[in-house]
Design a protein around this ligand. Structure first.
Ligand code: FAD
Length: 492
């Protein structure tokens, strides 16, 4: 990095008024080597970076900028990447200018909202990161039952602002996850069996496409793009805002966990399977196999969002099943449940996850899952999400999200404090998944791991794939937005 100086807000205000003035402006910077879309090298003239910075409401961070190191980090510490530049956008105007810059220089480009990509797709080495973290805020229109979300917002903000009006929509189960990334890939959550995927509740999107145009995508405008944004991930542009449909709901749910010793897992999981398949939409039952200081356990997280009396009656048999060691199911705030796992799944640890969908769960499959769990060390956990309900009532070609038939999502996750023994541990995770994968059919693109291939995405999108390819050719023919569950602009 060459010589550079920052000109503070006051000077910039004088120079740039009436267009800009509150951001710092880069001056006197040298040429910057960067990586292109195809992996080659390009030298960005310092003057072009200065011009970009001067055009923004936000700012450009270079490797020796004060906030660079903090800003480049994403949730999963496995990905310690160093982009050539990070643009911290403050609105759609900044996003448009940055997309133009990326396209003109053919730069390897990552888009980052909440930074929770398991496979590190929201950052890159040597390229450009379009950082949306400063674009946060949710406005609720209680009369129309709508939430308008800036695309750097986290799920916590969506939940909080909606619940303040007795309203809610489906959001994921860890509140520091980004709403945009989650919604674009689908969006499972504790209320999903009742209200559908997060993307099923997305009424419209504002998008900056690869040519720098700003479009609205909804049922009435750019309906093809609207279809693709609901499950097709970040393939078609940078989403700057999302409008959600909200639903009225009692903010106090009946929730908590029932936990049994692992020795009862076979019976518990069989009983679970039998009741989960026909369960009412207002309940989500999410089991996991995990380790506690006194040994392995099987637990089921319950979230009953309907009438509490009916819930108590429906849950009675489950709570009496076998010999649980713990049962803390009680009326509780939905918002409190939504933050329950935040700390355990906090940023800065080393994570690795493998997952897939189950369209059936037979007795021998349950045995295989439990055996696979019991062979793993205590940094390993196995979890299920409860499918069916409203997820299933949408046709698999109605949105780009393809896996509507799913009854359960099966996931295996490793959490490590550091990288000690990482190669051996990763090999264990892969071998473990090798045993379980045959039980699955398709996978959740939002949970893809670094091993997922393009062929894997094609198979997973199934009949929706060719339609996604055509959309990609229309909205991003150069595949500028490729750091995602990538759909190519042409096949073959
Ligand atoms: C702790 C944790 C809990 C999770 N729980 C759930 C859950 O309950 N339900 C569920 O469905 N999923 C869950 N997920 C998966 C989650 O949906 C994905 O990790 C999701 O991609 C995260 O979005 P993000 O904005 O935080 O991530 P980012 O890393 O910022 O982005 C993820 C991907 O989306 C793209 N992207 C993000 N924002 C935009 C945008 N505005 N425009 C265009 N492209 C964009 C990025 O380029 C990247 O490819 C969880 C993940 C984690 C790490």
């Amino acid at each position: 990095m060459k010589r550079r100086q920052f000109v503070g807000a006051g000077l910039a205000l004088a120079a740039a008024w009436p267009f800009r003035g509150f951001a710092s402006v880069l001056k006197g910077i040298g040429d910057l080597p960067a990586k292109t879309l195809t992996g080659g090298g390009v030298v960005l003239p310092g003057s072009s970076i200065e011009a970009l910075a001067a055009s923004l409401g936000g700012d450009v961070l270079l490797p020796d900028s004060q906030d660079y190191d903090r800003t480049r980090r994403i949730w999963n510490a496995m990905f310690d990447k160093k982009p050539a530049l990070i643009v911290r956008c403050t609105g759609a105007s900044d996003v448009r200018r940055t997309v133009d810059f990326a396209r003109e220089h053919q730069l390897l480009t990552a888009v980052r909202a909440g930074g929770h990509s398991l496979s590190g797709k929201s950052t890159c080495d040597g390229g450009l990161v379009i950082d949306l973290q400063q674009m946060q805020g949710v406005r609720v229109d209680p009369g129309a039952k709508r939430a308008y979300l800036e695309s750097g917002s986290l799920l916590r903000q969506l939940d909080l602002e909606s619940a303040a009006f007795g309203l809610i929509t489906t959001a994921g189960t860890v509140s520091h996850t980004g709403a945009a990334g989650l919604t674009l890939g689908g969006g499972f959550g504790r209320l999903g069996r009742r209200f559908g995927l997060a993307c099923d509740n997305a009424v419209s999107f504002d998008v900056v496409t690869a040519d720098g145009h700003f479009l609205r995508a909804s049922d009435d405008e750019n309906a093809d793009l609207y279809w693709g944004l609901r499950g097709g991930g970040g393939n078609f542009g940078v989403v700057t805002s999302i409008e959600y449909r909200l639903h009225r709901m009692d903010p106090t749910i009946l929730g908590g966990n029932i936990v049994w010793p692992i020795e009862q897992a076979r019976d518990v999981m069989r009983y679970y399977r039998d009741i989960a398949v026909d369960a009412p939409d207002i309940v989500s039952l999410a089991p996991d196999l995990h380790w506690e200081p006194d040994g392995a356990k099987v637990g089921i997280e319950v979230c009953w969002s309907g009438d509490h009396g009916e819930g108590e009656a429906w849950l009675k048999k489950l709570r009496a099943f076998g010999k649980p060691v713990r049962d803390d199911i009680a009326p509780m705030s939905y918002l409190a449940m939504q933050i329950g796992a935040d700390e355990f799944l906090g940023a800065g640890k080393y994570y690795y996850l493998k997952s897939g969908f189950l369209t059936q769960l037979k007795d021998d499959g349950i045995d295989r899952i439990i055996d696979a769990f019991r062979r793993m060390p205590d940094w390993y956990m196995l979890f299920f999400d409860h499918g069916g309900g409203a997820y299933r009532r949408v046709a698999s070609d109605a949105t780009a999200f393809p896996n509507r038939e799913t009854l359960f999502l099966l996931g295996t996750v490793a959490v490590w404090p550091n990288k000690d023994g990482i190669d051996e541990n990763l090999a264990k995770m892969r071998a473990n998944w090798h045993e379980l994968e045959p039980l699955t059919r398709g996978f959740y693109t939002n949970l893809t791991d670094p091993d997922t291939t393009m062929a894997g995405y094609r198979d997973n999108y199934g009949a929706n794939f060719e339609r996604l390819v055509a959309l990609k050719a229309k909205y991003d023919p150069m595949n500028l937005f490729r750091l995602n569950a990538n759909v190519p602009p042409k096949t073959g």
